[in-house]
Design a protein around this ligand. Structure first.
Ligand code: ADP
Ligand code: MG
Length: 223
């Protein structure tokens, strides 16, 4: 979110991003759900192509199935306070995405729901996001540098904690996804290829960067 999107208490309010009871505005969460589902749908083929190069080619379909399932129940999620909504979205992603990425993206959203406050300021958002990334790393027994979604999540977390603008955070995410190209995969299916995984972008890193862009642009556009 931009500095202008913060009110004096640091909450994302000013223009009604949050309502008075501290739950995220129904329209805001619905906008985030449709923006994320839209970008995944628009890039499903690209994600499939990336996963075909060094995986099994299902990442685009997996993600599309999951984010369309979330979109189908957007009203139900949007009626909940933010922490509950994120937890429910994470659960839905675990049930619908499948593959290795389903439990990992699901864990990201569920842990975010557990850690975030109903009316998060940037500090809470950054802390909650950091803990959610730790939960993903624990679930995946993975760490930064292994050519996975973590290689985008972690720099995005740092940019968020440093107070970077949404546009800067989007640029960080895109650069981080690009930076997985020369890496050798040490986790997930791509790791079976050893050195042959070098020279291709990680599909989960790309989908993470797409989600970051959709969220950042939606929040900035509505601020
Ligand atoms: P699968 O590999 O089961 O076919 P997907 O194709 O949907 O599942 O997702 C693959 C993506 O999941 C990878 O590109 C990578 O970013 C991510 N991934 C796989 N294993 C791990 C792990 N152990 N830790 C973090 N991310 C992982
Ligand atoms: Mg796959």
């Amino acid at each position: 979110m931009s500095a202008e999107a913060m009110n004096k208490t640091g909450a994302m309010n000013k223009t009604g991003t949050m309502n008075k009871t501290g739950t995220m505005d129904r329209l805001e969460l619905k906008a985030l759900i449709s923006a994320t589902a839209d970008t995944i749908a628009a890039h499903a083929e690209e994600l499939t192509t990336l996963d075909q190069a060094i995986g099994d080619g299902d990442h685009g379909l997996n993600m599309k199935r999951g984010f369309e399932a979330v979109r189908a129940e957007a009203d139900k999620f949007a009626a909940k306070p933010l922490p509950d909504a994120l937890t429910a979205i994470g659960t839905k992603l675990v049930m619908t995405v499948g593959g290795a990425s389903g439990p990992l993206f699901g864990t990201l959203f569920m842990a975010l729901g557990k850690e975030i406050s109903p009316e998060p300021d940037r500090a809470n958002l950054a802390t909650a996001f950091g803990k959610a990334i730790e939960a993903v790393a624990a679930r995946g027994k993975s760490q930064v540098g292994q050519k996975t979604m973590l290689d985008v999540l972690q720099p995005v977390h740092e940019a968020l904690a440093e107070g970077k603008t949404p546009a800067e955070i989007v640029a960080v995410a895109d650069r981080a996804a690009d930076a997985t190209v020369p890496m050798k995969a040490l986790r997930g299916r791509a790791s079976f290829l050893g050195d042959r995984s070098i020279g291709h972008m990680d599909a989960g890193a790309r989908s993470t960067a797409l989600l970051v862009r959709a969220v950042a642009e939606t929040i900035e556009g509505r601020a």
